[in-house]
Design a protein around this ligand. Structure first.
Ligand code: FFO
Ligand code: ATP
Length: 187
């Protein structure tokens, strides 16, 4: 299937989930992550969930990161440019939900993208080669292109991979892992 067909299908699949499933699966994903060899790093970038889109609830991952005393980085999205500005999450970070339903910091201590060690990535669908698609604005493709070459890219999904995404382009940056409630896929 192509990207647009997959976006439609996966929005439907998410929509069919119950709130209780979202919570159970999000906890299972956080627990799976503990099995990865990624916990010796310092800077972890995480997305804050759009609840109305029934995204994975990343609050459980956030608790793990804070329990391990990691530096946590969150983004503010610029929809005009399709870019993310990244800020350290601290006790003083004021988070506000923007008009797209994304919780984001107003401002704060900006972190250069090259410092980031691990990125947890939202997606709608992905395939067995680690190609991913999101909502189609290219935010993560631009962001990942500006990170260090060694950055560890981890997709999070409620669902198993598609066989293949047909219309992958040269901009698309593939995942190193995708973590689901039951499995860890390595690419
Ligand atoms: N939690 C979270 N944060 C994220 C992303 C994400 O997927 N999840 N993004 C990943 O790149 C970027 C934001 N990407 C977005 C791109 C488009 C729309 C958007 O157009 N929303 C429409 C309806 C979308 C639809 O149903 O198709 C709207 O709210 O009106 C929202 C977010 C950066 N931050
Ligand atoms: N590094 C980049 N530089 C410039 N344009 C880019 C870059 N990456 C992606 N784009 C453009 O962004 C648009 C959306 O890309 P794509 O369909 O791959 O989005 P997506 O991966 O589904 O979205 P997202 O990354 O926001 O979750 C495309 O028009 C693409 O050409």
């Amino acid at each position: 299937m192509n990207k647009n067909e997959l976006r439609i299908e996966y929005k439907k699949k998410r929509d069919a989930l119950l709130q209780s499933d979202i919570e159970d699966y999000s906890i299972a994903i956080a627990n799976q992550l503990l099995r990865l060899k990624i916990w010796e790093k310092n800077y972890y970038h995480i997305f804050l969930s759009i609840a109305s889109q029934k995204e994975i609830d990343t609050s459980f991952i956030l608790s793990i990161l804070q329990g391990k005393d990691k530096e946590v980085i969150i983004s503010k999205s610029n929809f005009k440019e399709g870019t993310l500005t990244n800020f350290l999450l601290t006790d003083n970070t004021a988070v506000k939900v923007n008009k797209y339903g994304i919780p984001e910091p107003e401002d704060g201590i900006e972190v250069p993208n090259k410092k980031i060690d691990v990125v947890f990535i939202p997606l709608l669908a992905y395939d067995k080669k680690g190609n991913r698609i999101g909502y189609g604005k290219g935010f993560y493709d631009r962001f990942l292109a500006s990170c260090n070459n060694e950055v560890i890219k981890i997709g999070l999904s409620f669902f198993p991979p598609e066989e293949s995404i047909e219309d992958i382009s040269q901009h698309d940056i593939s995942l190193d892992y995708c973590v689901t409630p039951n499995d860890i896929y390595s690419f």
